[in-house]
Design a protein. Structure first.
Length: 287
């Protein structure tokens, strides 16, 4: 399976501490209508560490029912390899088209530990896997040599979500893998820089609120129209730059609530609440 384009890392809407599936359905409908290539359920933006198994199941079932022909990828990473394998098998059985697998958080495993972790997950499914390297959150980066070993051994490891700002790392990966392993930007602000180096697209937070605009940016860059892509990028950058003014998904949920796309900006404890200062800055951008 060759992956490319725009994948939205969906928020998980909550209201009164419960998952709000009505809002979730509306959000998915907006994504489908906006022309995204896929959605990611129960990823970091979806507050995966605080979801119960019952909620995890209901989100996947709802996404599969609502997403029509749009790919549904599921976040299955964990700080426990066995739990990650169990989540993968569960999501596989519920019809997930593929999996986004973050490096184990808190443990800070060695590269040999990452090889074992990803290997066991890859052995548990025949569906495509996107590696997810986000050292700012997990404390460990997937070394390029480790990516090479995983890609050589497991045919279903087909992409990496690169949530760094390292153009040199992306350039190196593109040179090594070509189109055999897709590189996705894990930060909206790096979408155009990375795609200009040969990245295949982005796993986006921004597209929760602007799917059509992000899809247009990615398509322009995919088609090699970097003059048009730059214009689209510059239009989106003021808002992109504020998406991480505080911990994700606090800002994007505030924006979604401001636009009445979801009914509540609630995030689960221990994430906290968006400050009044940040609310004012974001409100000025979408007024």
């Amino acid at each position: 399976m060759s992956l490319k384009g725009l994948y939205t890392a969906l928020v998980t809407p909550f209201a009164n501490e419960a998952v709000e599936l009505g809002d979730f359905k509306n959000l998915i409908k907006q994504q489908v209508n906006g022309g995204v290539d896929g959605i990611v359920v129960a990823g970091t933006t979806g507050e995966s560490p605080v979801l119960t198994e019952k909620e995890f199941i209901s989100l996947i079932e709802t996404a599969k029912a609502e997403a029509e022909q749009t790919n549904v990828f599921v976040g299955v990473g964990s700080c426990d390899t066995q739990k990650a394998v169990e989540k993968t098998k569960l999501a596989h059985g519920l019809g997930a088209n593929g999996f986004l697998v973050v490096t184990p958080y808190y443990n800070k495993p060695t590269q040999s530990g990452l090889l074992e972790y990803y290997g066991k997950i890859a052995d548990s499914t025949d569906r495509p896997i996107i590696l997810y390297s986000v050292p700012s959150r997990t404390g460990v980066e997937i070394a390029i040599d480790t990516i090479v070993k995983l890609h050589e051994k497991y045919s279903n490891i087909v992409a990496i979500k690169e949530a760094s700002e390292s153009c040199s790392r992306v350039e190196t990966m593109v040179k090594i893998f070509g189109k055999d392993l897709a590189v996705f930007s894990g930060n909206d602000s790096m979408t155009l820089p990375f795609m200009s180096l040969g990245a295949a697209g982005v796993v986006s937070v921004m597209s929760n609120i602007a799917p059509r605009e992000m899809a247009n940016l990615v398509k322009l860059a995919t088609d090699g129209n970097f003059h048009g892509a730059l214009k689209a990028y510059q239009t989106l950058m003021p808002l992109m730059g504020k998406l991480f003014i505080e911990t994700n998904p606090l800002p994007i949920k505030f924006l979604l609530k401001s636009k009445n796309i979801i009914s509540s900006a609630e995030c689960r404890s221990p994430l906290g609440r968006l400050s009044e200062k940040s609310m004012a800055e974001l409100a000025n951008l979408v007024a």
